[in-house]
Design a protein. Structure first.
Length: 156
């Protein structure tokens, strides 16, 4: 086998290891201006200080939520504060949010007193505390909620 093929295999192996290192549901990756940093999910769970109950339209029942005021959290973790945020989820869903500074957004870390994991559509979710006049029986009214968040990136 030519030596260049060995290097190609080595490069592919290193790329897979790199992906594996960043693919950890116990961490949130924050990206901004081409740089990344990692925040342990456990730290976010410990900082969660917003608690409320509401009717979860996806569960069709009342749930108790604990999390962080999202707009405040963004201002503390991004410098400069971005106009938009791009989210990547563990199920490969991606979304960009421009109105992230609405005080209704909550970064959810717990449901019914327990930390949420991947099986509960965690480890982080972005939901609105008050969904106003929207009909909870029409799930399309909640398409902007984001589950299974693994990465948040500032977009200018």
């Amino acid at each position: 086998m030519p030596i260049w093929r060995s290097f190609r295999w080595c490069g592919a192996f290193l790329a897979l290891i790199s992906i594996h290192v960043h693919a950890d549901p116990s961490q949130l990756v924050i990206g901004q201006d081409g740089e990344e940093r990692v925040i342990p999910i456990e730290r976010l769970r410990q900082q969660a200080d917003v608690e409320f109950s509401f009717h979860d339209p996806y569960r069709s029942r009342e749930v108790s939520i604990r999390g962080l005021a999202f707009a405040e959290w963004v201002r503390e973790n991004f410098d400069p504060v971005p106009e938009r945020l791009r989210f990547a989820a563990w199920d490969d869903y991606e979304a960009t949010l421009a109105d992230w500074d609405d005080p209704q957004w909550v970064l959810v870390t717990h449901e019914d007193g327990r930390p949420i994991g991947l099986q509960e559509k965690g480890p982080l979710r972005l939901v609105e505390r008050d969904y106003g006049e929207r009909d909870p029986d029409n799930l399309r009214n909640f398409n902007d909620w984001i589950w299974m968040i693994k990465r948040i990136e500032g977009v200018p």
